[in-house]
Design a protein around this ligand. Structure first.
Ligand code: PMP
Length: 443
């Protein structure tokens, strides 16, 4: 199985030769917050699948909902002529869930990249309906991650996800992220940095001309870019600037949706109402691929009042509103709410933060630690003064040692990323800390 797996699968974000030299861990089973590999070794999954398995691996209500829906109706399309029960119910549930963010409509997709693509398309379509078809540009944050489609790749703020596919969408511009550890302003105070980045956004809008910009997209807490946590004044400042220039605001909540950052959404952390929210991942806790683009009241009104053909959403996915996915989503959200996972993420997040600060104090290789709820990163450096990133080999030694100590970590560049299931206990947090300590002690 090891050899077969390493060859025919072309692994995402990895060179085939790297996979041959360093075969992937083959995961065979999952129970609670633990996964077991092909050699029978069980480890605590501090990656939570890929930011998504919030409820762990043995959530019986989701499994039952999937089995029941498979028996009743495994698939029917959610295209214009037909719909299914679970998709209608889930759309109601989502409007209720994200009512504080002002979301009133749900467009179902098959995952996060689809959700971003849809939001970008709808933003342009919105301006065409309003007779301002020149508003085609998008603004985004450097270090932001918005998926793999051409639209998402275009707004991604990391060269690695862009340069091999260029030319991408024209008219996309990036401003610095409010990242205290590395930023062009050499500013370490989070509030002052938030204002400087907001000013950079203002400047870019002035330079481009506000009436040429369709939307600004951001993750309320940046995930894949290395868990960059903007100060709580940043997103409200962005909202204010967007309002002033009538630019739509897309909150990419694919990671932050459903409690991961310690609130039901990242936007809610600072009381912002975006115009679109993109969600996926934890909507089914990873049990079924599903995503959605949520549409705020102002945008929905314009589409609904439109008398031209522009008003119809001109694209859709075969699996838009997949009944099994939506049944999984309904069960996952019911469990998420019943267990108040937002509160557990916030409480365990505070404990995790203390653990990470302790590791930073003990290990010189830890240049920076960043966290919000149960999303966290340790940025490893070979030299704290120069902030030179730790090399690939060092990162591998740390993560392998942590695995030996019973915890699965994720390495992304010179960051160790933590996004454990939101059901973790205080004892699990201690275990993650001990495994990290063991790993860091090896280098
Ligand atoms: N947006 C963000 C913020 C993400 O983190 C991701 C995936 N990590 C995506 C979009 C893309 O989602 P998917 O992988 O489900 O297509």
């Amino acid at each position: 199985l090891t050899e077969t797996n390493a060859k025919p699968i072309w692994h995402p974000m990895a060179h085939p030769a790297e996979m041959r030299a360093n075969p992937p861990k083959i995961i065979m089973k999952g129970q609670g917050v633990t996964v077991t590999d092909i050699d029978g070794r069980s480890v605590l999954d501090a990656v939570g699948g890929l930011w998504n398995v919030n409820l762990g691996y043995s959530c019986d209500p989701i499994k039952k909902a999937i089995a029941d829906q498979l028996s009743a109706l495994p698939y029917y399309s959610g295209f214009r002529g037909t719909s299914t029960g679970p998709s209608i119910e889930l759309a109601y549930e989502l409007s209720e869930w994200f009512e504080p963010e002002g979301m009133v409509r749900t467009f179902f997709t098959s995952g996060g990249s689809d959700s971003v693509e849809t939001a970008l398309r709808l933003a342009r379509q919105y301006w065409k309906i309003r007779g301002q078809g020149d508003r085609t540009k998008f603004l985004a944050l450097k270090k932001g991650y918005h998926g793999t489609h051409f639209g998402g790749a275009s707004v991604n703020g990391n060269a690695n996800f862009r340069r091999n596919y260029e030319p991408l969408l024209p008219g996309v511009f990036h401003i610095p992220a409010p990242w205290t550890f590395r930023n062009p302003f050499d500013e370490t105070d989070p509030a002052r940095l938030a204002k400087l980045c907001a000013k950079a956004l203002e400047d870019e809008i002035a330079f481009q001309g506000g009436d040429t910009i369709a939307a600004f997209i951001m993750e309320p807490v940046l995930g894949a870019g290395g868990v960059i946590v903007p100060h709580e004044i940043f997103m409200p400042l962005v909202r204010e600037i967007c309002d002033h220039h009538e630019i739509l605001l897309i909150a990419d909540e694919v990671v932050t949706g459903f409690g991961r950052a310690g609130a039901w959404s990242g936007s809610r952390l600072s009381g912002v109402k975006p115009d679109f929210m993109t969600i996926a991942k934890a909507i089914t806790s990873g049990y079924f691929p599903l995503g959605a683009t949520l549409i705020g009241g102002k945008v929905a009104e314009v589409f609904e009042a439109d008398k031209t053909s522009f008003g119809s959403i001109g694209h859709g996915y075969t699996y838009s509103g997949h009944p099994v996915g939506c049944a999984a989503g309904l069960a996952a959200l019911a469990e998420t709410k019943r267990l108040r996972l937002d509160e557990n993420a916030a409480a365990r997040g505070i404990e995790l933060a203390a653990v990470l600060e302790g590791l930073k104090a003990r290990h010189a290789i830890v240049g920076d630690v960043r966290y919000k709820g149960l999303m966290a990163a340790l940025e490893l450096v070979s030299d704290r003064a120069t902030k030179k990133p730790a090399d690939k080999k060092t990162m591998a030694v740390v993560s392998e040692a942590a695995y030996e100590a019973g915890v699965m970590l994720r390495v992304s560049g010179n960051n160790i990323i933590l996004s454990p299931p939101l059901i973790i206990s205080a004892a699990d947090v201690v275990k993650i800390g001990e495994a990290l300590d063991a790993g860091l002690s090896k280098v």
